[in-house]
Design a protein around this ligand. Structure first.
Ligand SMILES: Nc1ncnc2c1ncn2[C@@H]1O[C@H](COP(=O)(O)OP(=O)(O)O)[C@@H](O)[C@H]1O
Ligand SMILES: [Mg+2]
Length: 376
């Protein structure tokens, strides 16, 4: 498609004026032209770009239109970009995720037979298990903007303004055909402390409920909480779809190691060894440990040292959140790690040798009781 110089000039003009609405409109038009010309991939890429990048609301002065807290002037809702990383889920969670998307896409059909339920999905689970990531993937898959509301910030505003803030959020978002993500939903329940009277808590809970009830049937809401047991049952009932994100199982951990540490190259065996020993780590833990190890390897110009990764995993499991050390493991550290890994009983000597990058012979030597110098 040859670019019309007039379009090019207008595009640059719009970009320099930070007129994102005009840029978006032109990009959407260009995507349509590309598609007509058979450049389907380019059209798709352009559309994705508009969605992903077209969100510097603050920079564009668009901010004015975002609802803000009366006192702090902080936005109550923020549009966030779609996630760039894949999401790894166990089968059960993946099924609910797909079901939810399917129901959203077929809401009119469901509704015509009286089968529609509220398009509200509640995510629960400990920090770092991918709740925010999953919500972002819902928006991306539905091709809708991702609006994030942190209930804790909505609430920690001027006493009495809380209910007003919540109402503002629910009034603002439906018109945007967005995915509304209500993060930290248990913040509402935490008002149940001595600084607030019970009446205020009730009022806030009711405002959230009224807000949810006021949405039209096409509205998509995702909620998240780290403390499902704190959440008011009346709120809970308004989320017919539920996914509990536990710390990941072995297979999901293997996916996470493969992606974050081995960049999806085929290092399956070692990713599986790491998965076996990293029970209890969240997706976020695995990401941080993996990226730290890769950073060390890159800056020191050496191969990944999986011994440092295994050591960080064992420390994290013991409750001391720990990053891989910068230097490759020394022989004595390898010995201690080999003993710890063997004690856990999760890996064979062959697996341990592979992780520590030593021979099986050496592992046997490490495992020998101190002072025992006999062979065999
Ligand atoms: N199941 C998962 N699949 C892929 N990445 C994950 C997963 N869980 C966590 N992560 C990584 O950890 C980061 C933090 O997770 P996040 O979604 O913020 O967790 P939460 O909202 O539950 O606290 C994510 O951005 C992602 O990089
Ligand atoms: Mg989160």
């Amino acid at each position: 498609m040859p670019i019309d110089p007039k379009d090019l000039i207008e595009l640059i003009d719009a970009a320099l004026a930070a007129d994102y609405t005009r840029v978006r409109r032109m990009a959407t038009g260009a995507a349509r032209t590309l598609e007509k010309d058979g450049a389907v991939d380019a059209a798709t890429e352009l559309r994705a770009l508009v969605r992903k990048r077209g969100v510097p609301l603050r920079a564009s002065g668009y901010m004015e239109s975002l609802p803000v807290d009366a006192k702090s002037r902080l936005p109550l809702v923020e549009e966030q970009p779609w996630p760039g990383n894949p999401l790894f889920l166990n089968e059960e969670a993946a099924r609910t995720f797909q079901d939810f998307l399917g129901d959203v896409e077929n809401i009119d059909k469901l509704s015509s037979k009286g089968l529609a339920s509220r398009l509200a999905l509640m995510l629960s689970g400990p920090p770092g298990t991918g709740k925010t990531l999953l919500a972002g993937h819902v928006a991306a898959r539905l091709n809708r903007p991702f609006y994030v509301v942190r209930l804790d910030s909505v609430i920690s505003s001027l006493l009495g303004d809380t209910a007003k803030n919540i109402r503002t959020v629910f009034d603002y978002v439906p018109s945007k055909n967005a995915v509304l993500f209500l993060d930290e939903m248990d913040a509402v329940a935490k008002l149940r402390d001595d600084r607030h009277e019970l009446g205020e808590l009730k009022r806030v809970v009711n405002t959230v409920i009224q807000g949810l009830d006021s949405l039209d049937e096409h509205a998509v809401v995702v909620g998240a909480t780290n403390h499902p047991q704190l959440l008011d049952s009346a709120i809970w009932r308004r989320f017919p779809y539920k996914i509990e994100l536990k710390t990941p199982e072995t297979e999901v951990r293997a996916d996470l190691w493969r992606y974050f540490l081995f960049e999806d190259k085929d290092d399956d065996a070692r990713a599986e060894d790491l998965a076996v020993i990293s029970d209890g780590l969240s997706g976020a833990d695995i990401e941080t440990v993996a990226l730290t190890a890769r950073r060390h390897a890159l800056l020191d110009n050496r191969e990944l040292d999986l011994g440092t990764v295994a050591l960080a995993i064992m420390n994290t499991r013991a409750g001391r959140t720990s990053m891989p050390q910068k230097e490759p493991l020394e022989s004595d550290q390898k010995r201690q790690l080999a003993i710890a890994l063997k004690d856990k009983g999760e890996l064979t000597v062959t697996n341990i040798a592979r992780l520590l990058n030593v021979t099986r012979q050496s592992v046997y030597l490490y495992l020998k009781p101190e002072g025992d110098t006999s062979h065999g």
